[in-house]
Design a protein around this ligand. Structure first.
Ligand SMILES: [Zn+2]
Length: 254
């Protein structure tokens, strides 16, 4: 049986029959993959309780010739991220990010920049060094950019006037165009959102440069609230649905 090895983060697990578990991983080398972990449900010795949500592991996976799922052969824990699972709110954030990756990515499509981003926000969430709300903004902004859906915040999406040249404190964000509009160009349809100029700048800053620098950006309370609402709505628009974990996250955040 051909095998491959890869670092991976556990996105989802479902019991399969009496003994086995079907697990979806986001892997560094193969993107999103689903595989079967035989004997993982009952046996405590096999995989010794390390196949937990959001855990980062080193995997060895066997791929059969048939149509069956690849089989997990070995797993070694790199980062348990148990600080996330021990905290209700952190679990809600990590579940939202995991669901976005799960619904957004096609199977077996390598995306290493997104893998490092996910690993980074989980590490920060686990340690508690960065506020959850900031990590949530960072993750969504960069996920959008990496998948080619980054919002246009550099200037008006219609007349192309740059942000700094437009004398306005607040901008309409046109969700269908995926960018901001100046008042000369902007209509007033109900689907539009509003972003303050300061919020737009902070969103642009967090979308570029090193991750370590990005998490040090100080968001004002208004920018945090506007960015959170805007990104969660914009991401849901691109997924054509509201993720289940987002509904839950919004409930517990209130
Ligand atoms: Zn314009």
């Amino acid at each position: 049986m051909p095998v491959f090895a890869t670092p991976a983060i556990l996105l989802r697990r479902i019991d399969y029959g009496d003994f086995d578990v079907i697990i979806t991983f986001f892997t560094l080398n193969k993107g999103k993959i689903s595989l079967i972990a035989k004997g993982a449900k009952k046996s405590t010795r096999r995989f010794a309780g390390i196949l937990e949500l959001f855990s980062a592991l080193d995997l060895v996976v066997g791929t059969g010739r048939g149509k069956g799922l690849p089989v997990l052969q070995e797993a070694a824990l790199i980062k348990p991220f148990d600080g996330i699972r021990a905290d209700f709110k952190k679990t809600a954030y990590a579940s939202y990010w995991a669901e976005l990756i799960y619904s957004w990515l096609e199977e077996s499509f390598k995306q290493d920049a997104l893998y490092y981003l996910f690993e980074y926000v989980l590490t920060q969430l686990d340690s508690g060094e960065t506020a959850e709300t900031v990590l949530n903004i960072l993750f969504q902004m960069r996920l959008l950019a990496l998948s080619g859906h980054g919002p246009n915040l550099a200037g008006c999406s219609l007349c192309r006037t740059g942000l700094e040249e437009i004398r306005q404190a607040s901008f309409v964000f046109d969700i269908q165009r995926g960018g901001i509009l100046c008042t000369n160009c902007g209509g007033s349809s109900a689907s539009q959102m509003f972003l303050a100029k300061g919020t737009i700048k902070q969103l642009s800053w967090i979308a570029s440069g090193s991750l370590a620098k990005a998490v040090r950006i100080k968001f004002s309370t208004q920018a945090l609230e506007e960015s959170t609402q805007f990104l969660e709505d914009f991401v849901s628009y691109h997924l054509s649905k509201q993720p289940r974990s987002l509904k839950f996250l919004r409930q517990i955040r209130e």
